[in-house]
Design a protein around this ligand. Structure first.
Ligand code: SF4
Length: 215
């Protein structure tokens, strides 16, 4: 774990030093809160961007408020769709994600144009991420400092270091999403298998959407 921590901290420190307009994206998973904590320790005071889809668990919204209070030096930015797809998960979940989640984030990328973003994806967090690298070309450039960690390893690390953990993690929600599309997973089960239940997908579109560059 120490080796992982050293590498992640170095990647984050390098990102903070090299990109004055660096932003962090988070869905408030344990990876996201570990990332925020490590970034804060490296002096990050920029934007942490969270998309409020309007379908988050009440615990997620309450946890978000707690995080904002704990990391007061960071600028938390809450995004949401200007014209939401109301109850779109019933009709067309992929489009619901696109309108309520992906588009608000990409509108932020367009408006603020951060030269790089930090995010908390790990190789074990989805079958689409098993080859995740620390850096990904594209607009914006993506830095994935936690790429080698496992979700369960991050939970252990967060517990040992008193880093905030989403309250539903204890109930088995190892990958956090909206209440209509997320369920708890059993011990040993793929953390991502609780997402987009019955929809035949594991990604909301944020990380698979084509942008300039290789992405
Ligand atoms: S996860 Fe479900 S409710 Fe949330 S934006 Fe996607 S389809 Fe809609």
């Amino acid at each position: 774990m120490l080796e992982l921590l050293v590498e992640s901290s170095e990647l984050i420190a390098q990102a903070v030093a090299s990109h004055s307009d660096l932003a962090v994206t988070t869905g408030l998973n344990v990876a996201g809160t570990v990332l925020i904590d490590l970034a804060s320790k490296e002096g990050f005071t920029g934007d942490v961007v969270f998309v409020d889809t309007r379908y988050h668990f009440p615990e997620t919204i309450s946890f978000y408020k707690d995080l904002k209070a704990r990391y007061g030096e960071i600028n938390f930015v809450t995004l949401s769709a200007k014209t939401p797809f109301e109850d779109g998960f019933l009709e067309d979940p992929t489009r619901c994600c696109e309108i309520n989640k992906v588009e608000p984030l990409f509108a932020y990328f367009e408006e603020k144009a951060p030269s790089a973003i930090l995010n908390g994806r790990t190789r074990d967090s989805a079958k689409t991420r098993t080859n995740l690298s620390p850096f990904e070309e594209g607009t914006p450039f993506k830095i994935n400092p936690l790429y080698k960690w496992t979700t369960r390893g991050l939970i252990e690390f967060a517990r040992e270091n008193e880093i905030p953990i989403h309250p539903l993690v204890d109930e088995g929600y190892l990958s956090m999403g909206c209440w209509p599309c997320t369920r708890a997973v059993a011990d040993g089960e793929d953390p991502r298998s609780g997402r987009f239940v019955g929809q035949g997908r594991v990604e909301c579109g944020i990380w698979t959407r084509k942008t300039e560059g290789k992405n």
